[in-house]
Design a protein around this ligand. Structure first.
Ligand SMILES: Cc1cc2nc3c(=O)[nH]c(=O)nc-3n(C[C@H](O)[C@H](O)[C@H](O)COP(=O)(O)OP(=O)(O)OC[C@H]3O[C@@H](n4cnc5c(N)ncnc54)[C@H](O)[C@@H]3O)c2cc1C
Length: 396
């Protein structure tokens, strides 16, 4: 097993480290309070070509696979305190740019990728509905054949980037057979007639500098050329973007945890109580050790999941395991960091924001419970196979 950094990944990480001063925002606290996304900072990411990483060189990208994407998002998570901005970028890359690169036709890529690369277009990925959260199959948004294309009607909820997006990747039902192949994926511009997006972002506990909103489709016409992949291929396209999100989007939290651990260690070294540094108290130092253990376990699982995605066929449980470990670690480490910082950690600032930003991580890209259900289903199938193999010698 080779753990040495790939030269492309090392270069990406070094570039992002150099970008840190340009991403520093003295107004972050205020923007977080007001729930404001920064288009200016998005521009910084665009000028560094980070918003088209998975695209080919000819479109201004770096043909970044999962491992490169994970490394870049981990570095951004560490060096950019505006985790909401990094989340907006990660959702745009994993669920909008990547599906376009992986499943879009040459014509679709030639039309949409330059808009993203050159004009800094932001993508929103819409699947969730009021009655279809964890249960994606309950989706009611319909794309009905009409004229040379489809007519889309429905409402999508909790959509990252919606209030600030320039284009939308939407999944809609094109059949009603109760199967995973009932959905299709469409791409359309924000100004498509009949598309209505909530202007005010939803107020949320964390990731407040990412704009989240609802999208209404009221008789929106899309042509056949706006369908990504074949009719009925929306399910697998959605699954693939979720596997990428569970691996790469969540890598952003590894970077946050790295910064958090450094801050916590510095605080424990520098803060003297009862005549000695906090870190001399085993109760405090072991908390730091536990934070480090969780971070490293999550980082290893992410590296394995990224490797699996880059070497198909991917093991879907690898991305689920990575996501579960990262989200669990980021919430627990956020609580530990707060405890180590004492009252100073509760005041508005990086430490309290880190905890608030970690809290939603157990919900999006597959909730903790739903992913654990998936793991147990897989485990039971493996157990049954092992039992059969024991019963019939020679059968694996
Ligand atoms: C910050 C954030 C960003 C998001 N961005 C997007 C986006 O860009 N695009 C998009 O389409 N959606 C987005 N979502 C929505 C997200 O995908 C949903 O929140 C998620 O699918 C869960 O659906 P729900 O919130 O309706 O919860 P529900 O499905 O109602 O679940 C509520 C609780 O019940 C549990 N539960 C449900 N079913 C089961 C089961 N079978 N077994 C055990 N427990 C179960 C869940 O685990 C959860 O704890 C975002 C959500 C958040 C928080």
């Amino acid at each position: 097993m080779d753990f040495s950094p790939h030269p492309l990944h090392a270069r990406l990480v070094a570039d992002i480290r150099r970008l840190a001063p340009a991403l520093h925002d003295t107004q972050l606290g205020e923007r977080d309070r007001l729930a404001l996304f920064s288009r200016d900072l998005w521009g910084v990411l665009c000028r560094a070509r980070l918003h088209v990483l998975p695209a080919a060189d000819s479109f201004g990208g770096q043909a970044a696979g999962a491992a490169a994407l994970a490394q870049a998002l981990e570095a951004l998570g560490e060096h950019c305190e505006d985790t909401g901005l990094v989340f907006a970028l990660a959702a745009h890359l994993c669920a909008c740019v990547h599906p376009l690169v992986a499943h879009g036709s040459a014509e679709q890529q030639a039309l949409w990728l330059p808009r993203i690369a050159e004009q800094g277009w932001i993508g929103a990925h819409a699947i969730t509905e009021e009655e279809a959260g964890s249960d994606v199959n309950a989706m009611r948004t319909m794309a009905v054949r009409e004229g040379d294309g489809y007519r889309i009607d429905g409402v999508k909820r909790y959509i990252t980037n919606a209030p600030v997006c320039d284009f939308v990747l939407v999944h809609a039902r094109t059949a009603d057979k109760g199967s995973f192949l009932d959905f299709s994926t469409f791409i359309l511009p924000r100004n498509a007639p009949g598309l209505k997006i909530s202007k005010q972002p939803h107020e949320k506990i964390g990731l407040r500098t990412t704009a989240m909103g609802d999208i209404h489709f009221e008789g929106v016409h899309v042509s056949e050329a706006q369908r990504i992949g074949a009719q009925g291929s929306g399910g697998p396209i959605f699954q693939a973007s979720m596997e990428l999100e569970r691996t790469c989007l969540f890598a952003m939290y590894l970077g946050v945890m790295q910064r958090q651990l450094r801050l916590s260690c510095q605080r424990a070294e520098g803060r003297v109580q009862f005549g000695q540094a906090l870190i001399e108290q085993q109760a405090v130092s072991h908390r730091l050790a536990d934070m480090k253990l969780r971070l490293e376990a999550a980082r290893l699982a992410t590296a394995r999941a990224a490797w699996s995605l880059d070497h198909p066929p991917a093991d879907p449980s690898a991305s689920a395991i990575a996501k579960l470990l990262v989200s669990e670690a980021s919430i627990r480490n956020g609580l530990d960091a707060l405890q180590i910082h004492g009252a100073s950690g509760v005041l508005s600032g990086d430490i309290e924001r880190q905890l608030r930003n970690a809290l939603p991580s157990s919900l999006f890209s597959g909730t903790t419970e739903v992913l654990k259900n998936h793991l147990v289903r897989q485990l039971r199938a493996e157990c049954r196979r092992a039992t059969r193999a024991q019963a019939v010698p020679g059968v694996a």
